[in-house]
Design a protein around this ligand. Sequence first.
Ligand code: CA
Length: 219
Amino acid sequence: MRVLVIEDDPVVGPDLVQALSEAGFVVDLATDGMDAWYRGAVESYALAVVDLGLPKLDGLSMLRRWRAEGHHFPVLILSARSDWTEKVEGIQAGADDYLGKPFAMGELVVRVRSLIRRTAGHSSPLLVIGRLRLDTHRMSVSVDDHPVRLSPLEYRFLDLLAHRSGCFLSTMEIAEHLHGRADAADANAIEALVLRLRRKLGPEVVESRRGFGYRLRGS
Ligand code: CA
């Protein structure tokens, strides 16, 4: 899944990108509030990590703009100033979670995963969709209780569909979340990925509809 990190600190920003990339996310980094506001408004993100003190446009004003414009992806705020009034202000501006600096990268990754999961309506890290079971902590998958070995890309594809349960996802959206971009070549690559998954999971687990895209059956 694709996430946006907004952090102007030259050390913390790249550290966040590295930790989230290692956790399996596709990560974009923005270093000022105007650039971040624009990306959040035009691109498709599963979540944004927002530092409050930013050049050009501060984090809270940027967040208020997104929310006023109807962009409702979850937002985790980072701030060095972790007094409670600022937390309240952040929540009122539309933030979903708040982490005070300094923080442990491990905690950040766990919070990002659980925010994305809860936003998708799953209260447990174990996602059960039809015959499919995804353990989002262990990053493992089983069908009818039989474990299935998947490549990281195959897992990320299923994880993405599981978090958008019920909706068809277009090839373009899938490519943006898996690779951070979408071009014509991705359509074929995603078709090939689905064929591999159908061989591994059974033919009916991933449902496709021409013109709409893909979703998990039973979601
Ligand atoms: Ca800052």
